[in-house]
Design a protein around this ligand. Structure first.
Ligand SMILES: NC(=O)c1ccc[n+]([C@@H]2O[C@H](COP(=O)([O-])OP(=O)(O)OC[C@H]3O[C@@H](n4cnc5c(N)ncnc54)[C@H](OP(=O)(O)O)[C@@H]3O)[C@@H](O)[C@H]2O)c1
Length: 247
């Protein structure tokens, strides 16, 4: 039986989520980890693993129902899926599969968890909802045509959740924007990656300070650039010249 008021961490089996779980457990916080694969962590009063395929909304609904009685004090929506592909080259059935599963894991499941657990988390002092995001939410790249808009939707939802939280409670709704992290998601691409451990400690440090926006490492520059020269970051990541628009 897990201790009262655990923190829920999705994507707990590897990468940033696994590092988050380990660091939370090391500081004596109880955690419920969610993923499909079980991480190599012993279960006990401080840690419980719940297997769930977050690409299946009915399974996520059952997960939310199972988590509510645990009275979680926080939620870290960390699990995500990114497939690099030229979407214009996929057969219709493959395109449907890719878009459906990526939007389900990266947007639908975080929304269901955030809204489904909102009341139970927000009721508690110190409660928080944390959405792990990417600079690609604000400046998409062509090779991740489903991941980027799903993450943009998550950024939009974070704004709405924040407004909801402010109206009712002191619940923190936090958005983390990570730079490239050395995990399975980025195997074979990019350079200058930070470790999953470093990403996790930056996230937990930001949450400890009750920060609403936690931009980690190099992406802080992108945030500044976006303010100074809107559109420039998109052009850099898309690799296309500026387009004029009459809209
Ligand atoms: N890596 C980067 O450079 C980077 C940069 C910016 C933002 N981010 C964000 O950081 C977060 C963590 O990414 P990461 O790099 O740690 O990813 P990762 O190493 O690929 O791990 C992804 C995690 O999500 C879980 N997951 C994926 N599909 C799932 C499904 N259908 N059902 C349940 N769980 C599922 C995986 O668990 P199972 O496979 O066991 O289910 C795994 O634990 C994500 O939100 C990502 O968008 C990452």
């Amino acid at each position: 039986m897990i201790d009262a008021r655990p923190i829920i961490v999705t994507g707990a089996s590897r990468g940033v989520g696994y590092a988050l779980v380990r660091q939370l457990l090391a500081q004596g916080t109880s955690v419920v980890g969610v993923a499909r694969e079980r991480p190599d962590l012993a279960e006990g009063p401080n840690f419980q693993f719940v297997s769930c395929d977050l690409s299946v909304p009915d399974d996520v609904a059952a997960l939310v129902a199972r988590l509510i009685p645990l009275h979680p004090s926080g939620l870290i929506n960390n699990a995500a899926l990114q497939t690099e592909a030229d979407l214009t080259r996929l057969a219709p059935a493959d395109l449907a599969r890719l878009v459906r599963s990526e939007v389900a894991v990266d947007l639908v499941a975080p929304l269901m968890l955030a809204y489904g657990l909102f009341d139970t988390i927000a009721r508690r002092p110190g409660g928080f909802i944390c959405n792990i995001n990417s600079a690609l939410a604000f400046a998409p790249k062509l090779s991740a045509g489903a991941y980027c808009p799903a993450k943009a939707g998550l950024a939009n939802a974070t704004i709405a959740l924040r407004a909801l939280a402010r109206r009712q409670t002191d619940c923190l709704v936090s958005q983390v924007v990570l730079p490239l992290v050395d995990t399975d998601m980025t195997v074979g691409r990019g350079s200058g990656k930070i470790s999953a451990q470093k990403a996790a400690s930056a996230i937990l440090d930001g949450l400890r300070r009750r920060r609403a926006e936690i931009w980690v490492g190099q992406v802080r520059m992108l945030r500044l650039l976006q303010r100074l020269a809107p559109g420039a970051t998109s052009r850099m990541l898309l690799g296309v010249p500026a387009q004029t628009s009459s809209v």
